[in-house]
Write a protein that binds this ligand. Structure first.
Ligand code: UDP
Ligand code: MG
Length: 320
């Protein structure tokens, strides 16, 4: 198989307004880095706007552009997985479609990869322009909590923007799970991985496709995918409550023996309410893991491809 030197993989959801500029800037950056020896892989993740039509037009005019149309919205991480499956480059650049991650950094990232003899160069956000205080704060808290809970060292303030070697990508693609937190999975894979600091730009057009709900889901996938700490906490809470209830039993027994036992709606209710809440919380936590176990056990394909535009002959890995 003749591999291009570079694949640029870009998941897109409702990004029609960004695609033309994205294509121009990514092409220029790729050409500056490797000449004509590159490919761009766009994944349309079930967009509700004109993204797929625009992608088809772009790919008709550019033989280096492959566009994949997924059968519906599969979510950022699975759309990215589809592109990573399909791409064939010796180096792989993952980048967002909204131009928050400047493609022009490619040259520096490639230099860093060579100089530091790394398999992964991951971009760490120094500043994040045009994002709400809420998003920045929740992201900062999330990355730090995740770091404390997991055994895998997942880099702080790092998205999926990164340059990878083919062997690191092949290792990544050997992980079969459905609930994918790709930046964590890349960290798990190992090899030499080095940070690359950059300032995150504002979105070129449109608005974020990561509302609170999706962010929480990604956070849950990250935590449950890389840590069983919450299950451990569940048993710790159980132990602590057992200790407290032992004390309570002594207290109740003393009250009964001394004949002053009748009393307290307040304390009974308190115990009821607190215990009820803690039990539901712990059950919910166990349920999160159980649900994921169930989903994984079905072994469904990660994504379904509906159409492909561009040069795809000779690709072995199309998921349909
Ligand atoms: N994305 C996707 N599927 C989705 C949501 C997002 O492919 O269901 C893509 C989106 O087009 C973008 C990247 O994932 O290229 C990051 O999304 P976004 O910019 O909305 O997230 P933010 O930068 O606000 O965290
Ligand atoms: Mg964005």
């Amino acid at each position: 198989m003749n591999r291009p030197a570079l694949s640029v993989v870009i998941p897109c959801y409702n990004e029609a307004a960004c695609l033309a500029l994205l294509h121009a800037r990514v092409s220029a950056a790729a050409r500056a880095a490797v000449g004509e020896d590159y490919e761009i892989v766009l994944i349309n993740d079930g967009s509700r706007d004109e993204s797929w039509a625009v992608m088809q037009q772009l790919s008709a005019a550019d033989p280096r552009l492959v566009a994949i149309n997924l059968s519906r919205n599969h979510g950022h991480q699975l759309a990215l997985t589809a592109g990573l499956d399909l791409c064939s480059g010796a180096q792989i650049l993952i980048i967002d479609a909204d131009l928050q991650d400047p493609p022009e950094l490619l040259a520096d990232m490639r230099r860093t990869m060579v100089e530091q003899d790394a398999d992964v160069v991951y971009a760490v956000r120094r500043k994040r322009a045009g994002e709400t205080l809420f998003k920045k704060a929740t992201a900062a808290i999330f990355y730090r909590m995740l770091d404390r809970m997991t055994d895998t060292a997942i880099p702080l303030d790092t998205g999926d923007f990164r340059l990878m070697s083919r062997r690191a990508l092949d290792a990544l693609m050997s992980l079969p799970e459905q609930a994918r937190f790709i930046r964590g999975m890349v960290a798990w894979v190992g090899f030499r991985q080095v940070p690359f600091a950059y300032d995150r730009a504002e979105r070129h057009a449109g608005e974020t496709n990561y509302p609170l709900g999706k962010m929480m889901r990604l956070a849950f996938d990250a935590v449950t995918g890389f840590s069983t700490a919450p299950l451990r906490w569940a048993s710790h809470v159980g132990l602590a409550l057992t200790a407290v209830s032992l004390l309570l039993i002594v207290y109740i027994a003393v009250g009964w023996l001394s004949g002053s036992a009748v009393q307290g709606w307040t304390s009974t209710m308190l115990v009821n309410v607190v215990l009820g809440a803690v039990q539901m919380f712990v059950l919910g936590m166990i349920g999160e893991y159980l649900g994921r176990l169930y989903i994984e056990s079905k072994r469904r394909p990660l994504y379904i491809v509906a159409d492909v535009a561009g040069p795809v002959q000779g690709r072995a890995t199309l998921g349909f």
